[in-house]
Design a protein around this ligand. Structure first.
Ligand code: NAD
Ligand code: IPM
Ligand code: MN
Length: 353
């Protein structure tokens, strides 16, 4: 029996609502497999935990999580209780950095049964490789002056190692797919980091003569992603650009609630973390209508990560069968609840046996 030890962090808001359903889906798919078992340990780390303990996770939280093969996270953030930068840096970003999850891989494609933002006769299927450890998310800077002459400086940090790592991963991925990589730049306006980004893209690209290289400024790229998503295969982007592009790519599929993501520790020194693109969605919390597909598809990416590719493909196929049958939450034009969508997915998985 192959056992996968999962550290489960539902987090806040719809993360808490969706997580029991998503883990149920993983358990059922493991039963169908027959030789696979998920062992989960649940951690209540969240904004409510912060109110009680004064921290988002215990001091030895990373040690506790390191006992697992992977982390399955819902969403973090309840701005009514805790300032976002405190909750996110205290938990999500703390784990990403502590566990060297230097890449964030986010898939987007046209799903059967979900109307995309723009109708594409040939559909679309793209992956954003987001640098996940540095860039614009930096603690370098500060408040220089206060009062009338207040000045705040926020620096961005780009290292050759991390930039190369993201680009190499993108090129390798492109070789297994349609064979082109688009680099998200802004070297027309940002004078240090982005010319460096372009330079590394060119240098690493030389090792991949068969992969087509494209480069687009982030503003135009964001627009093209909406109007012509079928023209992309792999997009490689810095931390902030990748963040923005992947809310867009999820919305282009039909809803922010369906985008999946994998925070990868590429050298295997620590567990990777699987967490959807969306946040805690405070505007719909408590209504039972959160779309579980982002979290379930994220679970599919985790199955791929552990080499269960056949099962992973079957899972996404079933999700699409369910949306095609019209069983969908309101964000993608349906009337079903989180539980109705999941029940249907679960019952179709059981029919696989
Ligand atoms: P959000 O992703 O939570 O919500 C944006 C919009 O998408 C909202 O209208 C919401 O209802 C909708 N949406 C999101 N997930 C959905 C789902 N599963 N089903 C249906 N609709 C869904 O972004 P936000 O409002 O900017 O952020 C809310 C909180 O979440 C903030 O505290 C933010 O910092 C946090 N956040 C956390 C993560 C994370 O933990 N990975 C990611 C993004 C935002
Ligand atoms: C994401 C989120 C986070 C990010 C926030 C909540 C810090 O938007 O995972 O996409 O910007 O990385
Ligand atoms: Mn985001």
């Amino acid at each position: 029996m192959k056992k996968i030890k999962l550290g489960v962090i539902p987090g806040d808001g719809v993360g808490v609502e969706i997580m029991p359903y998503a883990t149920q889906v993983l358990d059922v798919i493991a039963q169908v497999h027959g030789g696979l078992k998920f062992e989960h340990s649940w951690y209540p780390w969240s904004c409510e935990y912060y109110l009680e303990h004064g921290e988002m996770m215990p001091k030895d939280g990373l040690d506790q999580l390191s006992q697992h093969d992977a982390i399955f996270l819902g969403a973090v953030g309840n701005p009514n209780l805790v300032a976002d930068h405190t909750s996110l840096w205290g938990l999500l970003i703390n784990i990403r950095r502590g566990f060297k999850q230097t890449l964030n891989i986010r898939h987007a494609k046209q799903l059967r049964g979900i109307t995309p933002m723009v109708i594409n006769p040939n559909g679309f299927d793209l992956i954003v490789v987001r640098e996940n450890s540095e860039g614009e998310y930096s603690e370098v800077g500060g408040r220089i002056h206060s009062g009338e002459d207040e000045v705040v400086v926020q620096n961005a940090v780009f290292t050759r190692k991390a930039t190369e790592r993201a680009m190499r991963y993108a090129f390798e991925l492109a070789k297994t797919r349609k064979g082109h990589v688009t680099s998200a730049t802004k070297s027309n306006g940002i004078v240090f980091s982005m010319p460096f980004w372009d330079e590394v893209f060119d240098q690493v690209g030389k090792d991949y003569p068969d992969v087509e290289k494209r480069s687009a400024h982030i503003d135009a790229l964001a627009a093209f992603l909406v109007s012509k998503p079928s023209e992309f295969d792999i997009i490689v982007a810095s931390n902030l650009f990748g963040d923005i592009l992947t809310d867009i790519s999820a919305a282009v599929m039909g809803s922010i609630g369906i985008g999946p993501a994998a925070n990868l520790n590429v050298d295997g020194s620590y567990p990777s973390m699987f967490e959807p693109v969306h946040g805690s969605a405070p505007d719909i919390v408590g209504k039972g209508i959160a779309n579980p597909i982002g979290q379930i598809w994220t679970g599919k990416m985790m199955l791929d990560h552990f080499g269960e590719t056949e099962l992973a493909t079957q899972l996404l196929n079933i999700v699409e069968d369910v949306t095609e049958a019209g069983i969908k939450t309101p964000d993608v034009g349906g009337k079903a609840t989180t539980s109705e969508v999941t029940d249907e997915i679960v019952s179709r998985i059981k029919q696989l046996t």
